[in-house]
Structures are given as C-alpha cells and as structure tokens.
Design a protein around this ligand. Sequence first.
Ligand code: SAM
Length: 203
Amino acid sequence: MSGRCTSRQNENDQSDGNQAEGGFESLRWTSADVIFTDSPWNLGNMKSFYTKAEIGFPDIDRFDSFYKRLFECIGEIKPRVCYLEIGKEFLGEYLTEMKKLYKQVTFYNSSYYHRSENMCYVVQGSQKRKNWHYDGMDEEDIISAIAQNEDGVIGDLCMGRGLVACAAARNGKAFVGTELNPKRLAVCIERLSVSQDASDVVS
Ligand SMILES: C[S@@+](CC[C@H](N)C(=O)[O-])C[C@H]1O[C@@H](n2cnc3c(N)ncnc32)[C@H](O)[C@@H]1O
C-alpha cells in the first residue's frame, strides 16, 4: 500500500493565553487538495473532546468562535473541495460560511456508525460543480468514495480515530492531518502503521 501520511497533534499551548480563537490557532498547515473534517458539532461536544484530551478549554463561550476559526483555516489552506460533517443545529451556519469560500455549495444527508438514527450532514464546498451522489450514504462510505474519487493530498483537521487517514492510505493518496488528543492520535497512527509501511507515517 502506498501513500504518504503526515499527522500532527494540534499544538494547543494552554499557557499561551491565545485560545480565544477556538483552539485551532497553532495549526501549521502546508496544503491539502481535499479536506474532509468531522469537527465538534457544538460547544458541549467541543468541551467533551477537550476533557477527554485532558487539555484546558479555550476561553470561549460561543461555538461560533470555534467554527469561524475552522473556516479561517480552510480559507488559508484553500482545498479544491472541502467536506465538513455537522449536525442539524449548525447546518445553516456551516452553509453560510462555506458560501463565503466556495461558488458551489451543497449538503448531503448522512449518518454515522452505519445507523440511520444517527443523522448528520456533510456540507460540500467547491469552485467547480461536482456531480457526486453521496446523499443518504453513511459518513464512512462518503469518506471512502471521496478518497477514491478525488485526486491530490487529502487533509483532516480533526483526525479522531482516523477514518479519513485510513481511507486515504487504502487508496494510495497522500494525507495530512491534525488531532487535539495525543492518545487518539497515537491510536490513529498505530492503525495507519499496520496498514502501511510504518516508515511512511510521520508524526
Ligand atoms: C467527531 S471526532 C472525529 C471523527 C473522525 N472522522 C474519526 O475518524 O474518528 C472529532 C475529533 O476532533 C478532535 N478535536 C476537537 N477539537 C479539536 C481541535 N481544536 N483541533 C484538532 N482536533 C480537535 C477531537 O479530539 C476528536 O478526535
């Protein structure tokens, strides 16, 4: 299996007093052609990820501080196409933000863990029209299809258990990603290193 993978823990320095932008300020991205990210869906969800990561929570009390920084990162990276998974609560806001970056914006009804009751949405932004038919597919199947259909480096700003990284590796695509939680990142790198030459994984 080929494909180069670069992953990094989000270097959130709790002491730098600069967390007001939502915890993404220390990301140092080079580039990605395609992004798929399933980031926290609301403030409560975000807090639970910080608690699990044993990282002090940024000094924010509104979720828009987080997702605005997320879209700022995407604006800096400028992927050709961007997919963001989100729940119903902030779907409208994500569509609005995506339209500021991309001419073509749509969303797909989706689910997670292959359970139809676990509803979510995948918002897609691109400069050119895309004729993919991802509506009704589980997130995992959408991620696999993206890794098959899209060319170039695939990125994920919130790697979690590594669905996107593994799909990229399975399809021989280069991958770049970040993850807040060092333990989650370690598990993800372990999963990747058994599916490809460990020397090909950089952390
Ligand atoms: C819903 S999960 C990701 C699901 C992912 N697609 C997977 O394969 O598991 C969200 C992830 O975002 C991470 N996260 C939360 N805030 C973050 C931040 N500021 N920077 C990077 N990762 C973050 C969490 O630790 C968590 O692993």
